[in-house]
Write a protein that binds this ligand. Structure first.
Ligand SMILES: [Zn+2]
Ligand SMILES: [Zn+2]
Length: 241
């Protein structure tokens, strides 16, 4: 039997993989560290926040009273170490290998659910767009780097979803929502996005972002996509803050 070894991204111990494992189970993280990752639990299906009072649809009270435009949030993790560090590196260190690891971790959590048809697979992934100014500074869009892993057509990827990064864009530069109070947040994000009318050919899309903090940015984009005529908009991310 073929085996191969690599170092755990978190504890640097050697990991041994057997060949019969599914590709997304061949993680660059050892089983011990995997167990201790900040896996999201007891959270609302709609907004991703932890809640004790879930109804039959696993929705929190806040979402029942004032639902966001996105229909369902998929986040395998809470925004805690070492996932937070991995996301920071993905954002600023241009570590494309990390995009692959985070993609595999997403599948680790959700591939079985999609396979069991508990959720419909979206027809298209829309990576959270960066404003062109930010794009020039950073040189690449980390959400697009993640999204491309989902669009890998090889048989190693068990959940193929195509990606389109030209259907939505930012119309103005915004500042980090977390640094603003409620009123300024609304102003900051108002009319921040535009979409191509072509997006209306889809009934179901997913916005993909690396981390969802307040949810306001993704909600603003989801609103524009829905107004353009898409019925279902899911929000996929690696971590929910
Ligand atoms: Zn480890
Ligand atoms: Zn909720």
């Amino acid at each position: 039997m073929k085996i191969f070894r690599q170092d755990c991204l978190t504890c640097y111990q050697k990991i041994t993989h057997q060949n019969d494992k599914l590709s997304y189970e061949k993680l660059e993280i050892c089983p011990e560290c995997l167990l201790h990752l900040p896996w999201a639990k007891n959270n609302c299906y709609r907004c991703g926040l932890v809640t004790l009072a879930l109804d039959d649809f696993r929705t929190c009270e806040q979402c029942r009273e004032n639902p966001p435009y996105f229909d369902r949030l998929f986040a395998p993790f809470f925004y805690q170490m070492p996932i937070a560090e991995m996301i920071m590196q993905l954002k600023f260190g241009r570590c494309v290998i990390l995009a692959k690891t985070l993609h595999k971790l997403f599948l680790n959590r959700f591939a079985a659910d999609f396979k069991a048809a508990q959720h419909n697979v979206p027809q298209m992934i829309i990576p959270m767009p960066l404003h062109k100014k930010r794009m020039r500074q950073r040189g690449y869009n980390q959400s697009y780097a993640l999204a491309r892993c989902f669009a890998d057509k090889s048989r190693l990827n068990p959940l193929f979803v195509p990606v389109h990064d030209r259907l939505a864009w930012r119309t103005k530069p915004t500042i980090a929502q977390s640094s603003l109070d409620k009123q300024d947040r609304q102003k900051n994000i108002k009319d921040a996005f535009a979409v191509s009318p072509q997006i209306a050919q889809y009934q179901h899309v997913a916005i993909l972002d690396d981390v969802v903090t307040t949810g306001a940015t993704a909600n603003a984009l989801a609103k524009v996509i829905k107004v353009a005529g898409v019925d279902q908009v899911d929000l996929w991310c690696i971590a929910r803050a």
